[in-house]
Design a protein around this ligand. Structure first.
Ligand code: B12
Ligand code: SF4
Length: 503
């Protein structure tokens, strides 16, 4: 059967190499206008779909097109695999790429021979218009935010103006197979957005490129209504509000907490926010947020060095606010979760020590606090890219090349060999020195847990004294992992050392 008269759109979501599996919000967002316009939508997420390639090809047989959502990094591997297979079997069915990577590098992405169309930025209206034009056999010329091929020529229409979140339709959560995600991840959870953009512009962050800096948000009442409906309808235990900076409007945050407490819905939720905004709240207000279910705030502490924070364009965050945020959140019973970045241009061993000292101090003083570390990865579209190029960074020239970008590119021109090894070893010791709670549930073998507990003491000593030679504890940990693997690892995606995004 061909696609004559078809009203079907097939979405593919490639594995993002993380245990934190749940429904892809980008696809749920762009699916709603299609459903409203009478199109059928199929989502194939490789993380929960055995034999995903055959499934995509089978679904495509009577469909109009294939649409893929991806960010820079390992997701590109399966994107290329599926797009190539689709083009081979159905050369006339357009392959559309949307999401962060195509938005930040539209030219290079469209340059791949197996890509027909790219969407730059918000996709709700753009994709609907594309699909309607494909159905009608019309050219895509003039559809804002869209790049396409005309013969061998790449054509880019004018950019599409950003829509504030209040004007965007709700996400199509009804398409998500939460049972399947729960089987893979071990936890029944979903993502949700209540605001867009962030008023700041950290040098390593790509957000301004896609969403600008004009923070805009849903009214508290709408958030309360949508969230409580989601939790009860799908039996969710956890909601991760993936807003870039949830706490920009203090009164709105308090009103959301009050509203959620009033509904009586019981669930955990977590947010991303910068420490300077956390410290504007009183302990009483934070306790109210806690009563509403807020269990964790993920914050970009990023460095313990004022010099590096300045280089990161983070003067809005003083070191003191990191300590105060840890203190206030601990008093309120909300887990303070911090991200740290090692290897930012300009950081040396002295600054790395400052970061380690910050982590050690906070973790000792506030036992509930946790730190997630990353080695700096320079992403296209972030303000630091210019400096990274000056320092000798070389980036891939093709779409396929970016598949290995993360984590391979954590070996940087200014952080390689022994320097890189040292940072990796420090991070390994930090992982065992203090406990952290990932979203994905992986039940450790009891012996493994005991080993981890025992080696946490020497790990802390090493971090205190800056001694990393002959890392026997790490060998022990690896051996324990090999001999006593996690009790029930159902994770499909290959696990990397990916650690949460910074805010
Ligand atoms: C949730 C999230 C994750 C989750 C994903 C969970 C999941 N099940 O999907 C987890 C924790 C796994 C994760 C991991 C990582 N993430 Co992440 N993540 C996010 C976050 C916070 C929200 C994404 C989201 O769903 N947003 C809500 C949806 C509705 O918005 P959206 O994705 O922008 O979608 C819109 C458009 O992009 C477009 N669109 C999206 N898909 C499609 C598809 C089609 C066909 C079309 C037409 C349009 C379209 O239309 C949508 C609606 O307007 C973003 C930050 C952000 N502000 O978005 C970072 C972000 C996407 N992550 C980022 C990074 C760097 C990572 C990591 C590499 C971090 C790390 N060091 O470990 C890892 C690695 C991922 C991997 N291995 O590939 C970067 C990506 C930069 C880039 N160049 O791609 C971001 C932008 C953070 C940042 N500010 O730098 N991440
Ligand atoms: S890292 Fe966080 S605080 Fe900084 S600009 Fe990006 S979203 Fe905003």
């Amino acid at each position: 059967m061909d696609s004559e008269g078809s009203k079907k759109v097939v979405f593919f979501f490639p594995a993002f190499s993380s245990q934190e599996a749940t429904a892809p919000l980008g696809i749920l967002a762009v699916a709603t206008p299609l459903l409203r316009a009478g199109y059928q939508v199929r989502i194939i997420d490789s993380t929960i779909t055995p034999g995903f390639q055959q499934r995509v090809l089978a679904e495509l047989e009577d469909a109009l097109c294939l649409a893929v959502s991806l960010v820079t990094g390992p997701m590109i591997r399966e994107t290329v695999q599926i797009a190539r297979a689709a083009k081979k079997l159905y050369p006339d069915k357009p392959v559309i790429l949307g999401g962060w990577h195509p938005s930040l590098l539209p030219d290079q992405t469209l340059g791949a021979e197996y890509v027909d169309i790219v969407v730059n930025g918000q996709g709700e209206e753009a994709l609907l218009e594309i699909v309607q034009h494909i159905e009608a056999g019309e050219s895509l010329k003039g559809i804002p935010g869209v790049g396409f091929k005309q013969g061998r020529q790449l054509v880019f229409n004018t950019p599409r103006a950003l829509k504030p979140i209040r004007e965007l339709p709700p996400k199509a959560y009804q398409l998500a197979d939460f049972d399947a995600y729960e089987r893979v991840c071990g936890r029944r959870w979903a993502m949700y957005t209540s605001s867009l953009a962030c008023p700041f512009n950290c040098a390593y962050c790509t957000n301004e490129g896609l969403y600008g800096r004009k923070w805009n948000a849903l009214e508290a009442g709408q958030v309360v209504e949508e969230v409580s409906d989601l939790i009860t309808r799908y039996g969710l235990k956890l909601l991760w509000v993936v807003d870039d900076n949830f706490l920009v409007d203090r009164e709105r945050a308090v009103a959301i907490a009050e509203g959620l407490v009033r509904t009586g819905v019981k669930f955990d939720w977590s947010i991303q926010a910068s420490t300077n905004l956390v410290t504007r709240f009183t302990v009483e207000e934070l306790k109210l947020l806690k009563r509403s279910g807020l269990s964790q705030i993920s914050q970009g502490a990023d460095s313990g060095s004022p010099k590096v924070l300045h280089l990161m364009n983070k003067d809005f965050q003083k070191l003191d606010t990191i300590y105060r945020a840890a203190d206030l959140l601990s008093q309120a019973g909300i887990r303070p979760s911090f991200n740290m970045i090692f290897g930012f241009p300009g950081e040396g061993e002295a600054e790395q020590r400052e970061s380690i000292q910050l982590i050690m101090k906070i973790c000792r003083q506030y036992p509930g606090a946790e730190f997630w570390t990353n080695i700096f990865t320079p992403y296209p579209g972030s303000p630091i890219m210019k400096r990274a190029f000056e320092l000798g960074l070389d980036v891939p020239k093709t779409l396929e090349g970016w598949a290995d970008f993360f984590p391979r590119y954590t070996t940087l021109p200014w952080l390689k060999g022994k320097k890189h090894q040292r940072v990796q070893t420090m991070r390994d010791y930090l992982r065992i020195a203090f406990n952290r709670i990932p979203i994905g549930v992986q039940r450790k073998h009891p012996i493994n847990r005991l080993v981890q507990e025992l080696i946490s003491f020497p790990a802390r000593w090493r971090l205190d004294h800056d001694v990393y030679a002959a890392p026997v504890e790490l060998w022990l940990k690896n051996a324990a992992n090999r001999w006593f693997p996690p009790l029930k690892s159902k994770v499909d995606a290959h696990q990397l050392s990916a650690e949460v995004v910074s805010c």
